[in-house]
Design a protein around this ligand. Structure first.
Ligand SMILES: [Zn+2]
Length: 401
């Protein structure tokens, strides 16, 4: 490996002739070590590059004890090869990462907020600022300041300096790693920022294209600011627009009225749901009254579009009216199939004893205590059999011998 890898010398290089010096495997993942590389290893908040080594996909790049390992989709071999960079992914990272430099520099210089950490995610990125309070006005001012520097297209350069030169410079830095020796790599945004960094950067702030702050959340006494930069601003806008277009169609309205109409519909939905619950209760009452009034000692009923909660309500009402009777109730709806056995105090039947046997017939499970046993059914196909068991038991206990 040459001392300075290609991605540092020229982050815009996409193809490189390399020599595979060695191949190996770590935790079942094959990797290759090259004499030079275009691919940035994960670090400093920036994810690893991807690409191809000959015909093999490079899925990850990690720096391990000073060695850059190119993790491969399948084992490689030593010798000459062509290394290709997944440029779209890298350029996106360069846009997000350079935007981070800009945000961090402006946050410190204009507002006095130091950056504690940076994270580049697949959809959004964030920096953690040492700012306990962030108003929307301040965030807008930070975004405006960043946009002004993007429009100004300030040149961005990198260089290496000796530790002696470094000591003389006014560098905004998160500090050097412990045990750092030798030259120090600096990144400069002309007139804005001088910082230590080993990452990949754009040549001009103009290439950031645009930034948009999406929101903040409080964290460890500071604030995490989430944002998008570069092509992500447009792709995010496109996704929002497509979603809004669908919502406009669904609600038959325009953007300005979407929230109002959606709230209105949710209100209506809530009222309708309450009304349905009320009607269900009335229906249960009516069915239960007719069941309780029947001459039979054991009655059965099935309810469509109902659940276990409904059966419970119906059973309690039934037992109140007919404490000497027993019932087998079943229901089927969106939540599945349910069964319930209830036997009043004055009934000759024991729900706790019958319940498990009924559960078995329904290929389900249940539980209960006292007068009610209920559960979920695997299938209600054998309802007649379950009803017959209840009838038989009732007959046997009321006519002993
Ligand atoms: Zn950087």
């Amino acid at each position: 490996m040459t001392s300075i890898p290609s991605f540092e010398r020229d982050p815009y290089l996409r193809r490189l002739d390399v020599e595979v010096l060695g191949v190996g495997e770590a935790e079942g993942r094959p990797y290759a070590v090259l004499d030079d590389t275009l691919l940035y290893p994960e670090g400093g908040g920036q994810p690893a590059d991807q690409g191809r080594l000959g015909d093999i996909a490079v899925v990850d790049v990690q720096k391990v004890e000073g060695e850059i390992r190119h993790f491969l989709a399948s084992p490689g071999e030593t010798g000459a090869a062509v290394l290709l960079l997944d440029w779209q992914r890298r350029y996106d990272h360069m846009q997000q990462h350079t935007a981070q430099h800009l945000f961090s520099a402006l946050a410190l210089a204009r507002f006095g907020w130091a950056t504690r950490s940076f994270h580049l995610g697949p959809e959004t990125s964030d920096i953690e600022l040492d700012a306990p309070e962030l108003s929307s006005t301040q965030l807008a001012a930070l975004e405006d300041a960043a946009m002004a520097e993007i429009v100004a297209s300030r040149p961005i350069t990198t260089r290496r300096v000796s530790p002696e030169e470094y000591a003389e410079l006014d560098v905004r830095s998160r500090g050097l790693p412990d045990g750092h020796r030798g030259d120090i790599r600096l990144v400069e945004i002309e007139g804005i920022d001088l910082n230590t960094c080993g990452g990949t950067h754009l040549e001009s702030t103009g290439e950031i294209e645009a930034v948009k702050i999406l929101g903040t959340e409080r964290l460890r006494g500071g604030n995490r600011v989430r944002w998008v930069a570069g092509a992500r601003v447009r792709s995010r806008l496109a996704a929002h627009e497509a979603r809004n277009a669908e919502l406009r169609g669904l609600f038959d309205t325009d953007d300005a009225s979407l929230v109002e109409i959606a709230s209105l519909k949710l209100d209506q939905f809530g009222r309708a749901r309450r009304r349905i619950r009320q009607l269900e209760a009335e229906l249960a009452q009516a069915r239960v009254e007719s069941l309780a009034a029947s001459d039979e000692q054991v009655v059965t009923a099935h309810f469509e579009d109902a659940d276990g909660g409904f059966l419970q309500t119906a059973a309690r009402a039934f037992l109140e009216r007919a404490p000497a009777k027993a019932c087998l109730l079943t229901a089927e709806g969106g939540k599945g199939a349910f069964f319930l056995v209830a036997a009043g105090n004055a009934s000759s039947l024991d729900a706790g004893e019958l319940g498990p046997r009924i559960a078995e017939i329904f290929e389900g499970r249940g539980g209960g205590s006292g007068a009610i046993f209920q559960g979920k059914a695997g299938s209600l196909d054998r309802r007649a059999e379950a009803a017959a068991l209840l009838q038989r038991t009732a007959g046997a206990s009321s006519h002993p011998g």
